[in-house]
Design a protein around this ligand. Sequence first.
Ligand SMILES: Nc1nc2c(ncn2[C@@H]2O[C@H](COP(=O)(O)OP(=O)(O)OP(=O)(O)O)[C@@H](O)[C@H]2O)c(=O)[nH]1
Ligand SMILES: [Mg+2]
Length: 534
Amino acid sequence: MLKVQSNSRLNPTPDDYSQPNFADKAKLTLYAGPGGHGCISFLREAYLADGPANGGDGGHGGNIYIQAVHGETSLHKLARRRFVRAGKGTSGQGGSQGGRKGDDFIITVPVGTIVKEIERNDPVAEDRFLTRSQRWKKDKERRRRAAAAEAAAEEGIELEEDGLEDPDRHQWLLYPGISSSEAKRIVLPRLPHRDRLYAQPPAPLHLDLDRPTPRPILLAVGGVGGLGNPHFVSRERPRPIFATKGEPAISLSIELELKLLADVGLVGLPNAGKSTLLRALSNSRTRVGNWAFTTLQPNIGTVVLDNNKGRPVVTSYRRPPASISDDPFATTEDLETALQQRTRFTVADIPGLIEGAHMDKGLGVAFLRHVERAGVLAFVIDLSAGNAVKALKSLWNEVGLYAKMREEEEAEREREARVNWNPEAGTDMPEDNLGMHEDQMLYADAPKTPESTGGLHIAAKPWYVIATKGDLPNTKENFAELREYLASINRGDEPHPSGVDGAWTHNITAIPVSAINGHGVDRVVHWTVGLLDG
Ligand SMILES: Nc1nc2c(ncn2[C@@H]2O[C@H](COP(=O)(O)OP(=O)(O)OP(=O)(O)O)[C@@H](O)[C@H]2O)c(=O)[nH]1
Ligand SMILES: [Mg+2]
């Protein structure tokens, strides 16, 4: 038996740990920056009584972007923040000075974040819609009045001039020095149509940021700045006393959900030694203690494949994801970023699973979704805590049941979507057309029920076993039995422990380690990289 070094980094006292802040959900309201107003101004100089118009344009409002980066591991900062505001564009000034553009805001999130839009408020789009209907009403009113005036002229009665409001009136700024009766008499030109600099992504937003984004992704576009009075100079109107206002900006509420995207997920019973293993593999300072449920929230550790002397411990290249290698339009740049040398991988340590975890017993189910997306599963089994084969079977049983439950949930959601799906919603087709192709229309776009794969999405992942606490006495026979069991799965004599058909049974191995002494940990690194990139 090896002697365990007391109080090393791998065998710390339970109060020697760093407590990271962690949140995997956040709700944010985003306010893009409104545009600055245009300016009404005229050149004033000695001996120049009526100088030309020289009001500057307003600056555009700032945009809001999102970017997924390595290095962020939690949403807790955003969860506390709740609001994000991009900068306002400043208004234009006299002397043809344009306003400054509002500052953009980039939300940085960890890789693995899912962004969903909940609500959107786009005053410009609403305004356009309203204006259109008002303009139509106004035209109708004008035609009615013209007819009335004609009739009145026949009878010799004078009618009052029409006082109809221009629907775009509120988007104009008038020279502050004029009286209200003057302001009423001003004839404004038609509001110039301005497009946003960037197109606002259509509703509803749904982003799955499962890779780092090289460029920030636009979420909300700032308002366009107003135009200064020089834009409205014409021969009839050499001194325009109006300018346009800056556009109000869009606001969005979004929901962020983090699915930790570790390359490897550690699955094990409570107190199996998962956290100790994570400390041995990486620089993590996660809590270790000799009791069940020491770990209460997921921890991610990064294993650096470099001995800090410029020479990699393992040489391995990431495979480009299928979406890129099959994409005929992928640029060489895309391929290059995808096919970089692997310098690190990440490991997720989650709270221990107990029997019934899939029914939300213990701390189980909330955290299983974090290993759901891991590329490789590593089952951590304590060799000193009873039969290892039994432990492995019960872990796989929980994972398999959880996977099935998730798939059923998905199917259920799709079914509900199908029930609520209404062919008439959103079509503005005349009614008599509806009857014609009724059967086609009812079923054409209805979502299909997915075929149940019975938990295969997890069972198909590559996996292996890390048999830990090998330094303790009487663990050899337990390990030998475990190895024999895995060999029989490889041969096909035994079914996959999850009981799912078509699950991954490909050279499954058990690696003996003594995490507390750091023994055998290198083999874990090599084996994992082999599975990730092999
Ligand atoms: N002898 C020995 N003890 C170990 C080894 N690995 C872990 N331990 C001890 O086992 C106990 C539990 O270790 P943890 O790493 O906290 O276990 P865990 O799986 O993270 O536990 P939970 O977070 O509660 O699920 C601690 O007292 C560790 O010191 C090992 O390789 N050898
Ligand atoms: Mg732990």
